[in-house]
Design a protein around this ligand. Structure first.
Ligand code: ZN
Length: 261
């Protein structure tokens, strides 16, 4: 199902609404005036959002990394205004944010090897959750990102949820792994198309990696070769460990020791 903003007539109506009504900033909820169709960030959230995008998409690995997780490239940090943007897009159906999110997801995809024949598989979300959110927002985001690549990749919506899973939000690492372990399967009609095919996975967010690892397992189970995954944003829950500080401390210790000699 398409959201109202995706229909041409709806888009015009929304643009008119934008011209006469202040919108809500997706970051802080404060009213902002926007020119039809553009994203509606207040100045401070807009500045925060710019900071959350990495200078360039980069490898992101949860710690610990679940078995079978392919290499993941993320475009930004799942925090602050970027977190609000993804939640607003996915859960509140704020389709205005899709172009920006898709642009960065395309950037992340661009860092992964894309050999001939590669297909892009979006991660599924619970069908009921999709209905409540007015469509399949992650699949729509992934499709948009695929189109933005210099050489667009075909998107194959291959994965389905084969048993009930709870929404991953609010679950801890162990609960997430248990929640999605063995929970995905490839649609039977699509399975032959994935056999021996290079596959990239795509999702909105990387947290513990449990979801992407399960998606990779399901694709490999039908013979697909998972080369990597791209996400819009990744969480950084690991302890901050700054090697540069260690190096400075080591140098200071070394000097102290030489002074004593
Ligand atoms: Zn704001």
């Amino acid at each position: 199902m398409r959201t109202p903003a995706e229909r041409p007539i709806g888009a015009i109506a929304w643009a008119l609404v934008d011209l006469v009504t202040p919108a809500e900033c997706p970051g802080c909820g404060n009213p902002v005036m926007i020119a039809g169709g553009t994203s509606a960030w207040c100045d401070s959230c807009s500045a925060d959002l710019r900071r959350r995008w990495y200078a360039a998409p980069r490898r992101s690995e949860p710690s610990p990394s679940p078995p079978g997780l392919p290499q993941v490239v993320a475009a930004g940090d799942y925090a602050g205004a970027l977190r609000h943007a993804i939640v607003s897009y996915k859960d509140a159906g704020n389709a205005r944010l899709r172009p920006e999110l898709a642009g960065h997801l395309a950037g992340a995809l661009g860092r992964l090897a894309r050999p001939p024949g590669v297909v892009l598989v979006p991660m599924p979300s619970a069908a009921r959750a999709d209905r409540a959110r007015g469509g399949a927002p992650v699949a729509a985001l992934v499709a948009r990102a695929a189109d933005l690549l210099p050489e667009p990749i075909p998107v194959l919506r291959s994965l389905r949820i084969s048993r009930p899973v709870a929404d991953q939000a609010g679950l801890d690492r162990r609960a997430r792994a248990q929640n999605v372990g063995g929970a995905y399967a490839v649609f039977r009609r699509v399975a032959p198309q994935l056999a021996l095919r290079p596959v990239l996975l795509a999702d909105d967010v990387l947290t513990t990696g449990a979801t992407l690892a399960e998606g990779a397992r399901a694709v490999r189970a039908v013979g697909g070769r998972v080369l990597g995954a791209a996400v819009v944003a990744a969480t950084h829950r690991r302890a901050v460990f700054d090697w540069s500080t260690v190096a400075v401390r080591a140098t200071v210790e070394e000097r102290r020791r030489s002074a004593k000699r």
